[in-house]
Design a protein around this ligand. Structure first.
Ligand code: HEM
Length: 415
């Protein structure tokens, strides 16, 4: 971008979505932004920041104008050693469907939709209930416990990895690789950390390719085998490399997001105990509690696009090739759509308008599953620990990345 192009747009020199202040409370920073500046340029990251619901909605719907290409791009330029390791390991800048535009996007999304049917999701309910039951049973309620370590982290990982047919012995390794992936693509790693993350990414890709090859020899009734069946039917329509790319999507999105969602729901209910007590007294409020959390404190607070041509967005002229931060978290607090947006309202009528799962051709494929995980977890938790409370005085911490946000630990006591 040239200095002239930048001058056409307001610039916010201090806006840094990876600063400790922002990570601790992004909502306070977003609320402090001048209303007349719904689109501005942030030099700290070389991105345009978009905060208004209507603008984000319009961008998400116009995939011909706004490419998804930067969705997983490292925020910082990579040192050459890290870039070289990634290339050699087969990690491309657009490694999976969420950062591809049509027709490449359609090639991956269509078979995924075929294999990831609503029926398959509904069939997961008994498994989710059983897993929540086991995880809660293992908790000693006599002492405070960390709900992230005991429930929100292991639950979605167990569900999605078993759905894909990944052997349980490999789950800890996959979870660790996902942590490296979050730091590399959505954080600000040092050069040394970049190299370490890149090595892990190469191993992660290698694992998924070998896993697909193994499954092809012994198909079963898992999601991966459903994809392999599509490949067997029509080899050119879906290659083993593309199946590995789909698994690369789901191994990450399938648990990092839901982990954050459940942590955010429980946090938001317990920080005002009357909310928790209301849900305990009336479990029909559970779906609303999950949906309101997605509006008020979304697990994916920001997502990215890049302009394919010059546009006017929020009254600002934006050049072609401009990278955009779409602040989904700010869209949920937009009073033009959600009246009294700072109020957490268990009975809010229009939470379905949330952009927390995106919109348009990339709309989250796992929205129903993520919500089901969270609802069933909350249902079991409120039954088992009706007097649950937050441990007082704890300072919450968040993984230093821009796109996946939930407490890293949430200490509670059963009282
Ligand atoms: C529970 C909380 C979740 C949230 C807040 C969330 C959010 C999102 C967002 C914001 C996008 C990008 C949408 C866009 O670019 O327009 C997305 C895409 C996606 N999500 Fe989720 N997600 C969640 C759970 C899941 C789960 C559980 C899965 C898998 C089982 C999943 C799989 C995907 C996939 C595959 C895409 C890419 C779709 C495409 O590019 O066509 N997500 N999600």
């Amino acid at each position: 971008m040239t200095p002239d192009e930048r001058a056409a747009c307001p610039v916010h020199a201090d806006f840094d979505s990876l600063s400790p202040t922002f990570l601790a409370d992004p909502f306070a920073v977003l609320a402090s932004l001048p209303r007349e500046m719904p689109v501005f340029y942030a030099p700290s990251s070389d991105y345009y920041v978009v905060t208004r619901y209507a603008d984000i909605d319009a961008v998400l719907l116009a995939h011909e104008t706004y490419s998804a290409a930067p969705a997983q791009l490292p925020l910082v330029p990579l040192v050459s050693e890290a870039a070289q390791i990634l290339r050699a390991g087969g990690t491309t800048p657009q490694p999976s469907m969420v950062s591809l535009d049509p027709p490449a996007h359609t090639r991956l999304r269509s078979p995924t939709v075929r294999a990831f049917t609503p029926r398959r999701v509904a069939q997961m309910a008994p498994r989710i209930r059983a897993t929540v039951g086991q995880l809660l049973h293992a908790i000693d309620p006599a002492t405070p416990f960390d709900l992230v370590a005991t429930l929100t982290f292991p639950l979605p990982a167990t569900i999605i990895f078993s759905f894909m047919g990944i052997p349980e012995r490999d789950w800890p390794q996959l979870k660790a690789w996902c942590g490296h992936r979050a730091s590399l693509a959505w954080g600000r790693p040092t050069p040394t950390e970049q190299v370490q993350h890149a090595e892990h990414m190469a191993a992660y890709h290698g694992y998924l390719r070998a896993f697909v090859a193994r499954k092809a020899q012994a198909r079963d009734d898992t999601f991966t085998s459903a994809l392999l069946a599509i490949h067997a039917e029509e080899p050119e329509a879906l290659t083993p490399e593309e199946i590995a790319s789909i698994l690369y999507s789901l191994t990450f999105t399938g648990h990092e997001t839901t982990n954050a969602l459940i942590g955010n729901v429980v946090r938001r209910l317990l920080e005002a105990p009357a909310r928790w007590d209301a849900v305990v007294a009336d479990p029909t409020l559970i779906p609303g509690a999950v949906d309101e959390t997605l509006r008020y404190d979304p697990a994916v607070p920001v997502w990215r696009r890049v302009t394919k041509r010059p546009v006017t967005l929020g009254g600002v002229d934006v050049p072609a090739g401009a990278k955009l931060f779409l602040w989904l978290a700010a869209s949920g607090r937009d009073a033009a759509v959600f009246p009294e947006p700072e109020t957490f309202d268990l009975r809010r009528a229009n939470t379905s308008k949330t952009l927390a799962f995106g919109k348009g051709i990339h709309y989250c494929l796992g929205a129903a599953l993520g919500k089901l995980d969270a609802q069933l977890a909350l249902d079991a938790l409120t039954h088992r620990f009706p007097r649950l409370r937050l441990v007082e005085g704890q300072a919450l911490s968040f993984h230093p990345n821009i796109s996946f946000r939930g407490p890293q630990a949430l200490w509670v006591q059963a009282t």
